[in-house]
Design a binder for this molecule. Structure first.
Ligand SMILES: Nc1ncnc2c1ncn2[C@@H]1O[C@H](COP(=O)(O)OP(=O)(O)OP(=O)(O)O)[C@@H](O)[C@H]1O
Ligand SMILES: [Mn+2]
Length: 338
């Protein structure tokens, strides 16, 4: 993890072969199919399969909550989180797998029943879930290789329980309704009075999350989770980015609402954004370099890189507007937590 590449030269070669799976199962909960992969020695990964080619955009008549998930968004979001200096996302890598030997032969029960061969002789499955789990939305190999994202698994509940929080700037998840924050420009003053946002680091962490989500265009931040162990003095884990990186030609300003309405950003995060803007290297280049070694590189369609640099500029402009209203003392917050 991190900037330092781990030195593996002392590891016998047979130990660093790609690991093989022991078993797999469907991850319950959530709207789209994802699998829990079990490796030997108790390790696990969360697998999200590829559905579409890299250049497919969010369908124009789809809402943020009906958008298909993209495995590449999960991979790219991990790299973006790390480059922003947050390190609040689980590590995610891409990998191409053999559907027959690595999925079909290991599947059982309800999952196995959903495998079939398509009219063009590709092996497919659709699993069971609450949205896109039917024959019309199946995941198909070509003919039997399939790309996916593999996220390192969070520690089990027994080791580290998590608390789920409703995001104060959650969208309505309804095709006709708006959320309160979309109608009330003074919404932040309400949030600021309510624990855990009234003290400590949490409100600033939400500002960081808005930066992160705006850069990738993720509108699907309905809840977030924290580890209970540290009470409120802890960070929100950045999970579930499958709906990011869907619209490279559109910048969704409403994702910046927390920053615009609270007129606030963490000093450290602002410095990072200024570094992306002034160089030596723009964010697009840092992302390309960071993802170059991923097994499914190039991870993102090129227009997404262009969008990242454009959006860095937009955040800086928003912060500048806000500083000119309230002054830098108020808007740019120094804290010791990041
Ligand atoms: N790396 C991980 N390790 C273990 N559990 C995870 C990991 N990432 C996510 N989860 C858990 O799995 C749940 C579902 O994952 P995720 O949110 O990515 O799927 P989803 O289908 O998009 O769900 P939803 O539709 O509720 O947004 C999350 O709420 C989280 O608690
Ligand atoms: Mn989701």
């Amino acid at each position: 993890l991190g900037n330092n590449t781990r030195d593996c030269s002392y590891v016998p070669h047979r130990l660093i072969r790609p690991p093989f799976f022991l078993s797999l199962g469907q991850k319950d909960g959530g709207t789209q199919i994802k699998l829990v992969i079990d490796y030997p020695h108790g390790a696990q990964a969360l697998f999200k399969p590829m559905r579409f080619p890299r250049d497919q955009q969010t369908l124009p008549n789809h809402f943020y909550f009906t958008d298909f998930e993209r495995h590449t968004a999960e991979i790219a979001a991990f790299h973006l989180d790390r480059l922003l200096g947050f390190r609040r996302a689980m590590p995610v890598t891409g990998r191409t797998l053999n559907m027959t030997t690595e999925l079909y032969q290991l599947a059982d029960g309800e999952l196995l029943k959903t495998f079939f061969v398509s009219p063009s002789s590709n092996l497919c499955f659709h699993g069971k879930c609450s949205y896109y789990c039917d024959t019309a939305h199946a995941i198909c190999g070509s003919p039997d290789t399939l790309e996916g994202s593999f996220a390192a698994f969070l520690p089990p509940k027994e080791m580290a329980t998590r608390k789920v929080w409703r995001h104060p700037w959650r969208r309505s998840y309804h095709k006709r309704k708006k959320a309160q924050w979309e109608m009330d420009q003074d919404y932040c003053s309400l949030v600021k009075d309510i624990p855990p946002y009234d003290s400590g680091r949490r409100l600033l962490d939400l500002m960081d999350m808005a930066v992160f989500d705006f850069l990738m265009g993720n509108m699907d931040r309905h809840h977030y989770e924290t580890f209970r162990l540290f009470g409120n003095e802890t960070f929100p884990v950045h999970l579930d980015h499958g709906r990011g990186f869907g619209q490279p030609f559109h910048d969704e300003m409403s994702i910046l609402a927390p920053i615009i309405q609270c007129c606030m950003i963490r000093h450290e995060t602002l410095s990072t954004l200024i570094r992306f803007h002034n160089g030596p290297k723009p964010l697009s280049e840092l992302m390309r370099e960071s993802m170059a070694k991923d097994p499914v590189t190039p991870v993102l369609w090129e227009p997404h890189h262009v969008a990242l640099d454009r959006r860095v500029k937009i955040i800086l402009e928003s912060v500048r507007d806000c500083v000119s209203k309230t002054g830098a003392q108020e808007a740019v917050v120094h804290d010791d937590f990041s």
